[in-house]
Design a protein around this ligand. Structure first.
Ligand code: NAD
Ligand code: TYD
Length: 351
């Protein structure tokens, strides 16, 4: 019997890379991509695999418990990889409730549906919850986030993700739900919605628009190429130990302003501009409220126990990312104009 695997949030940035990897690498799995297609969900991310015989797209909202239960009853999933979430910190500051609804209640609905389907007979089943390093809060100048670092979330986004992590662990503890959780650092790569730092700034540089740098620009993030995150998810789904948490990171810390300057240099080269031209767009603006100063991951557990490490250098990953955005103008235009939201109705109008 073919295994049926649910991937939630598969039309988003990271989810689309995970769906592509599983659909192409595991022809003997049926992959169901469940996504509500919010502003962040874009089926154009998956046009290359959408006709694959082992792939199905289901439009559903994880906050709709009755619909989620019905879908679990229909597809009888053997495993779940849960990525669907509201994911942008700035939006969580403006509208925390949508984060609490989707990230906390939505996750609880999936856990309840898994329990109802699997009836506490967990043999061969697995619930994989994809989370973020932001649950650990903010680091000072030194130190790294370990799996044992106490949770200390600071934004509505990270607090909602922390709550969902706790609920997943509580289901493991209380009902023996076989789960794994990964907490990953900042991702970058193709198909990221241009509201996050790297794609926003690539798009703005291309269009000669200001680059809004929050505060003093000395905030630090640890950047990982999205394909390497998808590889880690594949590994942890198949080889991670039940009940364990693994931190995933790029061993790649950058102060925002240094990263932005590097991006400007690369963009000058790619666009054939005079050196220093793009950097003139850098504009310091008012800081984000509650802005976490520094994130950095100690990814030695997943490295030692499962043998994972990033496959590309930052230089390579960033070059690939810039090339992708510059050669996928239609994708970028569709996303910035909102045209991509019409794709679902044209492609799936008969469903
Ligand atoms: P994204 O915002 O690009 O995509 C989220 C996807 O979830 C979208 O396709 C959206 O339509 C879908 N979605 C949102 N609300 C939904 C709902 N109520 N029901 C069903 N689907 C819904 O996010 P991303 O950057 O790809 O992040 C994916 C996951 O990885 C999230 O759980 C996030 O917390 C986590 N994560 C992200 C990063 C990062 O740097 N982007 C780092 C670590 C962890
Ligand atoms: P972001 O991509 O929003 O990821 P996160 O907040 O989840 O780490 O932001 C990355 C860093 O870049 C963060 O320190 C905030 C900063 N930033 C800016 O300075 N300007 C911007 O316009 C954005 C979107 C982010």
């Amino acid at each position: 019997m073919k295994k049926t695997l649910l991937i939630t949030g598969g039309a988003g940035f990271i989810g689309s890379h995970v769906v592509r990897l599983f659909v192409t690498k595991y022809p003997d799995y049926n992959i169901v991509n469940l996504d509500a297609l919010t502003y962040a969900g874009n089926l154009e991310n998956l046009t290359d695999i959408e006709k694959a015989p082992n792939y199905t797209f289901v439009k559903a909202d994880i906050t709709d418990a009755a619909h989620i239960n019905a879908i679990f009853g229909q597809y009888k999933f053997d495993g779940v990889i849960h990525l669907a979430a509201e994911s942008h910190v700035d939006r969580s500051i403006v509208d925390p409730n949508s984060f609490i609804n989707t990230n906390v209640m939505g996750t609880a609905n999936l856990l309840n549906a898994a329990r109802a389907l699997w009836k506490d007979n967990w043999e061969g089943k697995r619930f994989y919850h994809v989370s973020t390093d932001e649950v650990y809060g903010s680091l000072g100048d030194t130190g790294l986030f370990m799996e044992t670092t106490p949770y200390d979330p600071q934004s509505p986004y990270s607090a909602s993700k922390a709550a969902s992590d706790h609920i997943v662990r509580a289901y493991g503890n209380t009902y023996n739900l076989p789960f794994v959780i990964t907490n990953c650092s900042n991702n970058y790569g193709a198909n990221q919605f241009p509201e996050k730092l790297i794609p926003l700034f690539i798009n703005n540089i291309k269009n000669n628009k200001p680059l809004p740098v929050y505060g003093d620009g000395k905030y630090t993030r640890d950047w990982l190429f999205v394909v390497d995150h998808a590889r880690a998810i594949d590994l942890v789904y198949h080889e991670g130990k039940n009940g364990e948490t693994y931190n995933i990171g790029g061993f790649n810390e950058w102060q925002n302003i240094e990263l932005i300057k590097l991006l400007c240099v690369k963009m000058d080269e790619k666009l054939g501009r005079e050196a220093g031209e793009s950097a003139k767009l850098i504009t310091y603006i008012k800081d984000r409220p509650g802005h976490d100063r520094r994130y950095a991951i100690d990814a030695s557990k997943i490295n030692k126990e499962l043998g994972w490490k990033p496959s590309v250098t930052f230089e390579e990953g960033l070059g690939h990312t810039i090339d992708w955005y510059l050669s996928n103008e239609e994708w970028l235009n569709d996303v910035t104009t909102g045209n991509y939201q019409k794709y679902y109705s044209s492609q799936y109008s008969n469903r």
